[in-house]
Structure formats: structure tokens, C-alpha cells
Ligand binder design. Structure first.
Ligand SMILES: *Cc1c(COP(=O)(O)O)cnc(C)c1O
Length: 220
């Protein structure tokens, strides 16, 4: 018998769903929160059980890694909705737009321009660097509203905002800040919350949570 308990992502997804239901009920209004199953570092054999169970919303943080596994899976499951949750370089836009249905990491005018030049138009979220960390992507919080407006002026209407709070910080103020900016900008989408803090994010208004290790176990 193995000492390592096999991880069952389908059971874990059901558990996360139940926890999200409870978290939103506790916050005063039970509602559905979309789970983006983050499959980075995991191969098709880990992903397939979720697809067979009917899950369709997935996330990857690197264009190249996603290109290695998702075209085949999307051919099999055409209704998959694939989110890019990692930084996007302008020279990778064409490839990203061909594969991803949602780009969560729009954070600068040059990237908005590059996206506008593509024929295919994925849904976009504006990433906000709520912790103003120099090494992290995202529009600065004080410039986020103006950037959303600048995107709209280009004809690229964002569906929401996304953030990744600093690793060691209490995430709640970051989620609250993101929700405030979204409200001011008239945006409904809020991609916030990962495996360690998704219930807090749901209580603070998340429309999407991005779960990797909560579903698949720790990444090796
Ligand atoms: C890896 C990743 C996640 C998932 O992280 P977990 O803590 O494993 O849930 C979520 N969002 C982004 C942007 C990531 O890169």
C-alpha cells in the first residue's frame, strides 16, 4: 500500500464547490462561483477525469505549456473554456489568442493594442497589481480604472478584473480593493482566490476562483 494517498480531482472539485456554496451563503447570498481548474505542470492524464466528469473551465499560466496539451483536449471537448492566467508577452499574442478563450492578464496599453489586431477576440480580464509589487504583472491600482476606460475606448471591453495578492499578505484587503475597483468601473467579473484563500475571495465577491493544488495536490 502506498503511503501517498492518491488525489481524486473530481472529489476535490465537488468539495470546493460545496465550500464555495457555504462561503457565499455565509456572506449573505448563496451563488455560483466559477472554478477555473489550474492545470499547469499537470498532464492530460490528470486533466481527463475532470473533463469526463463534465468540468469545462481550465487555466494555464504559460502559452507554450498550454500549446503542448490543450489543442488535443479541446479537439475532443470543444466546449472547454481555457483561461490564460499568467503574463502575456506581446510577441505571443497571436498564439495565445488562437488557444485561449479568456485572457485574464491584460495589464498594459501595448497588449490591448496587440489584442485588438487579432481576428479572434477572447474575453479579457484586466490584471491589477493590488500589492504594487515591482516583480509582478498588473496595472497599478490607481491606474486600473483609467486603463479599463482606455480598453473600452479601443473597443476591447473587459469582462472583469483579476489579482494575485502578495504571497505572505492577508489576501482580504486585496480582494476588497479589487472588488471596489470593479464596482467603480462597472465590471461584474472578479477572478480572485486560489487554493489557500478561495473561500475568503468568494465572500468578498469573486466570480471566478483559480484552483490548482486544491484539486490536484501539491505541484512537484
Ligand atoms: C498557479 C496559479 C494558481 C493556482 O494556485 P494554487 O495555489 O495551486 O491553487 C492560481 N492563479 C495563478 C495566476 C496561478 O499562477
Amino acid at each position: 500500500m502506498s503511503l501517498v494517498q492518491a488525489v481524486d480531482p473530481v472529489a476535490r472539485l465537488a468539495e470546493a464547490r460545496a465550500r464555495l456554496k457555504a462561503a457565499t451563503a455565509e456572506a449573505g447570498a448563496e451563488r455560483d462561483v466559477e472554478i477555473v481548474a489550474v492545470t499547469k505542470t499537470h498532464g492530460p492524464e490528470a486533466i481527463r477525469p475532470l473533463l469526463r466528469a463534465g468540468h469545462r473551465v481550465f487555466g494555464e499560466n504559460r502559452v507554450q505549456e498550454a500549446e503542448a496539451k490543450w489543442p488535443a483536449l479541446k479537439a475532443e471537448y470543444p466546449d472547454v473554456v481555457l483561461h490564460l492566467i499568467g503574463p502575456l508577452q506581446t510577441n505571443k499574442v497571436r498564439e495565445a489568442v488562437a488557444l485561449f478563450d479568456v485572457i485574464e492578464t491584460l495589464d498594459r496599453p501595448r497588449l490591448a493594442d496587440a489584442l485588438m489586431r487579432q481576428e479572434r477576440r477572447p474575453t479579457v480580464f484586466v490584471q491589477v497589481n493590488t500589492g504594487e509589487e515591482p516583480q509582478k504583472a498588473g496595472a497599478p491600482p490607481l491606474e486600473a480604472e483609467a486603463f479599463v476606460e482606455a480598453c473600452r475606448a479601443r473597443g476591447l471591453a473587459p469582462a472583469g478584473l483579476m489579482c494575485i495578492p502578495p504571497v505572505d499578505a492577508d489576501p482580504a484587503p486585496h480582494f476588497a480593493l479589487l472588488a471596489t475597483i470593479a464596482r467603480r468601473s462597472g465590471l461584474k467579473g472578479l477572478s480572485m482566490g486560489m487554493s489557500g484563500d478561495y473561500e475568503i475571495a468568494a465572500q468578498l465577491g469573486a466570480s471566478h476562483v483559480r484552483l490548482g493544488s486544491a484539486l490536484f495536490g501539491p505541484r512537484g
